[in-house]
Ligand binder design. Structure first.
Ligand code: NOJ
Ligand code: CA
Length: 558
């Protein structure tokens, strides 16, 4: 029997607890969430209109991708002004109204801070271009190499492809680990440090509950700017590199933690792609950041042994610094979970190319991918720590792999001359209702209006089509999110249970989680009650392949 429990969580209930040790956070990619004014781009009006949806879903907080004024060279990660809101999204006053409305519904608000770089249209870089005294010191300008100075100062590559250096007409080079329109800041400069601490206070004063830190491992560079040699950017996950994960970055976060500590209940979550969880734990020392995304979880193939190894390593390393683990199955930078699971699975953690070359040779089986993604959701939500859900994950959306080339916008696509198709496929606007594009995303009827086109076959996946349907993705997420705070608090450890090959099984606080990644159905332990299954009908003691289940003793007291 599936129990349905309704949890009402308000900010008041949670006062005094470290809410961020157990929170479920919903990632809003604002451009693609909901369009209020009909220009085809998501905005604050749209977001505010969907707050009841988020409250019904049962999330504790939202993380909003950058909403600051931006020329959109990298979908808002090129910030022109950190203290305002992008005009096509709305106004600062609307942002403040959104924060207040979210809080009224018991939903906290996490913003995205982008400290590694600014937009090339930020006033600081414009001053640097004009060569105002001292202005270039806030960025990383260097003379070129070679007799004419026309070779880049070192061999670093942009994470989007091509050299990480661009040259001004006047001959000097500047560093950009991402797009040329995203010049890297010089974090050895005291003004840079002071400015960002002030930006944090600006938003904390407006009631913002925390920040996701973009490229948290990128701010400090080896001051000698040595060549990276073989250590190219794709390997930033695995190898030391003079641009990434340098020890000096930790001093920055000690300063930021002091800023946050002056407020109640604020949280940081780091985006840090580092060579291992021992390195990740360094960001989570008690005087640094509260949480950091556990990306190995989304890099793991759908194989029980790989997933278990990731969970063990993540929990073990987080425990060394007393931090919660932060589980994430997808975000706006990686192929959607359904699609990652919809083909044959590798036997290793995937790297930044997401195995796309292999994917081109194999048709995706989205039905299979959805089944596995549902099972993974119950796994994610049973683990101790925080969980992030990327918009559309709760609808079971797949990656849109067949976007026409002419609509692609990701700088990765341009900087690799099309060799890497980039991240647009996971950023397609959300289908809310109706049977045709734009599926209620935008009040304008025309499908071609949305900033990226939606597939013609998404009618069954709209929020409206799934609402109240017992077997839908959305209902599964609603049920799991309602049950989670009733089944677990913060501290219950994961204890692994004996399980057949291909199966993960653990018990936490008296509740068992079984996940079958194998090729045969398995028998579940006798005498346990099904609390929630990833597909309907797991009632007869059998766990089918590619499903998962939460089980409790019949008399389990919750
Ligand atoms: C990570 C962000 O998630 C990604 O979308 C962005 O392109 C880079 N950082 C650069 O800011
Ligand atoms: Ca709009």
């Amino acid at each position: 029997m599936t129990r349905s429990v309704h949890a009402v969580t308000t900010l008041e209930d949670r006062r005094g607890e470290a809410w961020w040790t157990t929170a479920v956070v919903y990632q809003v990619y604002i451009r693609s969430f909901a369009d209020g004014n009909g220009d085809g781009i998501g905005d604050l009006t749209g977001l505010r209109s969907k707050l009841p949806y988020l409250a019904d879903l049962g999330v504790d907080a939202v993380w909003i991708n950058p909403w600051y004024p931006s020329p959109m060279a990298d979908a808002g990660y090129d910030v022109a002004d950190f203290r305002d809101i992008e005009p096509s999204y709305g106004t600062l006053a609307e942002g403040e109204a959104f924060i207040a409305e979210a809080h009224e519904l018991g939903i906290r608000v996490i913003l995205d801070i982008v400290p590694n770089h600014t937009s090339s249209e930020h006033r600081w870089f414009e001053a640097a271009l004009r060569d105002e005294p001292g202005a270039r010191d806030r960025y990383i300008f260097r003379p070129g190499r070679g007799p004419a100075g026309d070779e880049p100062p070192n061999d670093w590559q942009s994470a989007f492809g091509g050299p990480a250096w661009s040259r001004l007409d006047t001959g000097e080079w500047y560093l950009h680990l991402f797009a040329p329109a995203q010049p890297d800041l010089n974090w050895e400069h005291p003004e840079v440090r002071a400015e960002f601490e002030d930006i944090l206070r600006f938003w904390f004063d407006k009631g913002v509950d925390g920040f996701r830190i973009d490229v948290a491992h990128g701010l400090a560079k080896d001051p000698a700017l040595p060549d990276a040699g073989e250590r190219l950017p794709g390997s930033q996950h695995t190898d030391p590199h003079p641009a990434w994960d340098q020890d000096a970055v930790h001093e920055v976060y000690r300063g930021w933690r002091a800023v946050a500590n002056a407020y109640a209940d604020r949280v940081f979550v780091a985006e840090a792609w580092v060579p291992g969880n021992d390195r990740l734990a360094r960001y989570l020392r008690p005087d640094e950041l509260h949480t950091a995304f556990q990306f190995d979880f989304l890099r793991a193939p759908w194989r029980s042994a790989s997933i278990r190894a990731v969970i063990d390593d993540a929990l073990e390393q987080a425990a060394t610094v007393g931090a919660p683990a932060t589980w994430v199955l997808s975000n706006h930078d990686v192929p959607r979970t359904v699609t990652r699971y919809s083909r044959s699975q590798p036997d290793h953690l995937v790297e930044t190319d997401w195995e796309r070359a292999r994917w081109a040779l194999e048709e995706p089986n989205h039905e299979l991918g959805r089944r596995r993604a549902r099972a993974a959701a119950l796994l994610q939500l049973a683990l101790p720590g925080t969980a992030y859900i990327y918009q559309g994950e709760e609808l079971g959306l797949e990656e849109v792999e067949d976007l026409p080339d002419e609509v692609r916008q990701d700088p990765t696509w341009f900087q690799t001359a099309g060799a890497d198709r980039g991240r647009d496929g996971c950023r397609v606007p959300i289908p809310w209702s109706n049977s045709e594009a734009p599926y209620g995303f935008s009040p304008i009827a025309a499908a071609e209006n949305t900033w990226l086109p939606q597939p013609g076959h998404w009618a069954p996946h709209t929020a409206q089509a799934q609402a109240g349907e017992a077997a839908s993705f959305l209902t599964l997420y609603q049920q799991a999110l309602a049950l989670r705070p009733q089944l677990w608090t913060t501290d219950e450890p994961v204890e692994w249970l004996d399980a057949p090959h291909g199966v993960l099984a653990f018990v936490r606080g008296g509740v068992q989680c079984w996940v079958n990644t194998g090729t045969t159905d398995i028998e579940l332990p006798a005498g346990m009650q099904v609390v929630l299954g990833s597909v309907p009908g797991i009632t007869d003691g059998v766990l089918p392949t590619d499903t998962s289940v939460w089980l409790a003793e019949p008399e389990h007291d919750r």
